[in-house]
Design a protein around this ligand. Sequence first.
Ligand code: FAD
Length: 488
Amino acid sequence: MRRIGKPDRIVIIGGGISGLSSAFYLQREAERQGKDIEITIVDGAPAFGGKINTLQRDGFVIEKGPDSFLARKLAIIDLATELGLENELTTTNPGAKKTYILHERKLFPMPPGLVLGIPTEIGPFVKTGLLSWGGKLRALMDLVIPVRKDESDESLGGFLERRVGNQVMRRIAEPLLAGIYAGDLKKLSLQATFPQFGASERKHGSLIRGMQHNRKATAAANSLPAVAKGGTFLTFKGGLSTLVNALDQALSKAHRRLGTKVLEIKRHTGSSDASHDELSSELQAARYEVVLDSGESLLADRIVMTAPAYDAADLLEPLTDCHELRGINYVSVANVVMAFDKATFGLDFDGSGFVVPRSEGLHITACTWTSNKWLHTSPDDRVLLRCYVGRSGDEESVRLPDAELIKAVRRDIEETMGIKANPLFTEITRLPRSMPQYPVGHLTNMKALRDRLEKELPGIWITGAAFDGVGLPDCIRQGKEAAQAILQ
Ligand code: FAD
């Protein structure tokens, strides 16, 4: 049902990076195609950004959510360029390339050539003290053990254990990949998280050989724009909120409803009230009514849903079956940022930080030496550390009262690095149910859900971190795809 001669009303639920990107590309594409649309973005939070939240404090740039993005995933660089932000991009300190892994309370440098936890250079891998000889041999058996015939999805942990063994999985891959999913690898879908691993096995008969090949191919392709060649990770000098603020400004024509949640989506039944003729005809023409907790109702011809799966399920379940959304579990995490005076800190860093395997039994899952990894984040005479807490099956620490959480984290950094200095200040950020865990079968589940929505709730699009990639560039790509699909 379309309103002749009137703009299509599109309501975007969620003003995180997925919602803002959808809005940006909708606005831009509609202008290009000469289509008239009316966009309204609704978010329960008082400001845009969702998980992205940069704090500027005492000369520090502090990220309370994500802190950077993968340079090789170009959707975010394209967006930054369109927004005129390419000169705001910055990369990691070239002098801080080393990353450490904690093992039996000692920090071991990550062996060179490790890609996503998989060895692509055998020499340094064989020399690492992180694994026993048995563990190394088991990993190298990947070069000869047969390929799995069944191409159906399996768990990421099961796959890694099968190919490179339990030690590599638990001591290296899981803590490294925890930064992305905070997950239990045995519960995550291989196909939805690292499909390139499975493809490597099938194409090269071995994960190690496949990753070696991919690494060489990426280096040879050299097709990345100059800005993406500076380092593996990029961010903005003023923090990731730079991107959010630029999107906010660029969305000149979009309406905003901030600090108000969507309570309900009503499928429009076509009821009319004869005493309000104009309003009634508007209502009849709309497919949906989006009810806000402010008491307001928005009429919508199309809806872009970017809320986390559990919020999306609350809103869509009364309209149709969406059990697949309930199957996506979310892990709660927190981070504790501590600023120190360099003069009294008592330690010099030669890398970017370390990750902590589950078996170490600490509260922290990783510690970024932020002031050394990202030089723009701190005044020269200061040190900034960011400690991460919480992962799948170990979320109690996230709920500790502030004083106890700080005590636990300080105990961990003293035990691992010998840091006894008192912080100048501490910033705690808790992100309850923030890390989606794509279950085995996720891709099939999402396809089934999208097909059902298309039939039963035409005009409603679901997109964002819960669906097809959690990284910022993936969310932007999904926002763009949603915009293109809507305008087709
Ligand atoms: P969100 O940012 O969650 O936005 C969804 C929005 O929907 C929220 O603002 C919420 O308020 C709103 N909403 C929900 N329900 C309703 C409702 N009923 N009515 C109105 N509004 C509603 N990725 C990287 O690439 N690099 C990193 O370094 C990185 N680090 C991360 C660190 C942490 C601690 C976390 C949690 C994630 C990290 N990620 C990182 C992942 C990335 O930040 C997220 O996947 C991404 O920001 C999600 O964006 P989104 O718009 O899909 O969802």
